[in-house]
Ligand binder design. Structure first.
Ligand SMILES: Nc1nc2c(ncn2[C@@H]2O[C@H](COP(=O)(O)OP(=O)(O)OP(=O)(O)O)[C@@H](O)[C@H]2O)c(=O)[nH]1
Ligand SMILES: [Mg+2]
Length: 289
């Protein structure tokens, strides 16, 4: 049996979370058109007849400006340390030199496959150019081209991954899919909707924590707190007469119900916690270790 840890790295928006979901065939990680959607390392355990691949999605690599971003980059650093294989994901339409600089700075000690993503948005010439550009880099063992969104060459990528994994015993039970608790995924689904519904700085000044999760006979009752930094942001989240937060609740509930396979009663509260993004204690409380 081939088993090992395969960690996905790349700049914000490269499509790392989309790729994790495509490889898993299941939506584990939230996705948005905005940068810095992912804040945690999220494991997906892919078990087949002859393999167990423990995948990790990680936050997009940036220069941290505040403590939350430092925590995000710590999640990246942790993932660097236990990989058997790194997937260096690049959006074919991003700046290749900048992506290369980021990959080089990782100083990887493990083999890396450069994965060129979003091939549905590029022509064959550009694809060939990207393959030769990254194929010549010294950290790159192999280049693969995919579209994570369209599921193009994702099965091929699994075969490529298996070449680099050692023989070994599985680390997890075959039916385990992730190491994160249900509450985490519920909070993430709410956070994803915030990325879609609200503009500008709102998603970046916000976090979500599930404070109650109770299984009743006919439904699951969930209470979640949305944390913002300023009173004005609370107003924006609520919207006129509470219109926006009602929309948020409806959108998030649908996803949560699909995820849990049960009816959900979802209640949202907005709390103002000034400067939570720079407060070590609060970051810990909100799950950023
Ligand atoms: N056209 C196209 N869009 C894609 C593809 N893969 C991802 N996207 C889109 O790119 C955007 C970013 O995707 P994510 O998966 O959130 O990117 P990420 O690398 O996880 O981003 P961060 O978590 O912010 O670092 C989303 O709008 C995706 O739908 C692809 O193969 N083709
Ligand atoms: Mg992501």
């Amino acid at each position: 049996m081939k088993t090992g840890f395969v960690n996905i790295f790349g700049r914000p928006n490269a499509g790392k979370s989309t790729l994790l979901n495509a490889l898993m065939g299941e939506k584990l990680a939230i996705v948005s058109p905005k940068v810095q959607t992912t804040r945690h390392r999220i494991k997906g355990i892919l078990t087949g007849d002859d393999h167990q691949i423990i995948l990790s999605d990680t936050p997009g690599i940036i220069d941290p400006k505040y403590k939350l971003q430092e925590k995000m980059m710590l999640a990246v650093k942790n993932a660097l340390e236990d990989a058997d294989l790194a997937l260096l994901l690049v959006d074919i339409n991003e700046n290749w030199d900048e992506a290369h600089a980021v990959f080089q700075a990782l100083s990887l000690k493990v083999p890396a496959v450069v994965v060129i993503n979003k091939l549905d948005q590029a022509n064959a010439t550009k694809k060939e150019q990207a393959i030769s550009f990254f194929g010549a880099k010294d950290y790159c063992r192999e280049v693969a081209g995919i579209s994570a969104l369209k599921g193009l060459q994702v099965d091929g990528l699994i075969q490529t991954i298996l070449k680099y994994l050692p023989e070994g015993e599985p680390f997890f039970d075959g039916d385990e899919m992730t190491d994160m608790p249900t509450r985490f995924f519920v909070a993430e689904m709410i956070r994803e909707k915030i990325f879609y519904l609200y503009q500008d700085e709102i998603p970046y000044h916000t976090t979500v924590i599930v404070t109650e999760f109770k299984e009743k006979t006919t439904l699951i009752k969930i209470i979640a707190e949305i944390i913002v930094q300023r009173e004005s942001q609370k107003g924006i989240l609520l919207g006129e007469g509470g219109k926006m937060i009602r929309q948020l609740g409806t959108d998030a509930r649908k996803d949560i119900e699909a995820f849990l396979g049960q009816k959900v009663f979802l209640e949202l509260f907005v709390k103002v916690r000034p400067k939570w993004r720079d407060n070590e204690f609060m970051l810990k409380e909100y799950g950023y270790h």
